[in-house]
Design a protein around this ligand. Structure first.
Ligand code: HEC
Length: 118
């Protein structure tokens, strides 16, 4: 009854659909943080990170975290620095307090200069 071409098209469609669902979920990651959590994270960055990086992120014990300072530094690099800290420096690891997804969001906000402005 069904032709091999239709069968193959169906299979390819199914594979493509699965792929799209999987990738769209990973892209949706930062959108799934609630606004309340985002507000808490902004507060954490200003207070806790700010104690070393400056309340306005212009630097202190730690370097400035403004977009011009982070330009050219990949998101993954920032995310890893925040999650695991930097051995031998004052930069502590945050992996026990923040999730990967939250740290990714913070990294994106820092690069976009959104936290310093609020
Ligand atoms: C106890 C002080 C301290 C606290 C608290 C702290 N940091 Fe740091 N951070 C540092 C220091 C010092 C460095 C520089 C490390 C080095 O010399 O490589 C650094 C480096 C960084 C870098 C890398 C910057 C670059 O240009 O490579 C990022 C990003 C960063 N911190 C983000 C954060 C965030 C986000 C928080 C809060 C969740 C935080 N830090 C809290 C001290 C701190």
């Amino acid at each position: 009854m069904s032709s091999p071409i239709i069968n193959r098209t169906c299979r390819i469609t199914a594979i493509v659909a699965t792929f799209l669902i999987l990738t769209s979920q990973s892209y949706a990651n930062d959108k799934s943080l609630s606004n309340t959590r985002k507000a808490q994270l902004t507060h954490i960055v200003k207070q806790d990170c700010g104690s070393c990086h400056g309340m306005t992120l212009k630097g202190g014990l730690g370097p400035a975290l403004l977009p011009e300072n982070l330009e050219g530094k990949p998101l993954l690099f920032l995310q890893n620095t925040i999650l695991y800290g930097r051995a031998g420096t004052a930069m502590p690891p945050w992996k026990n307090l923040l999730t990967e997804q939250e740290v990714l969001w913070i990294s994106q906000q820092l690069k976009a200069g959104k936290i310093a402005k609020q």
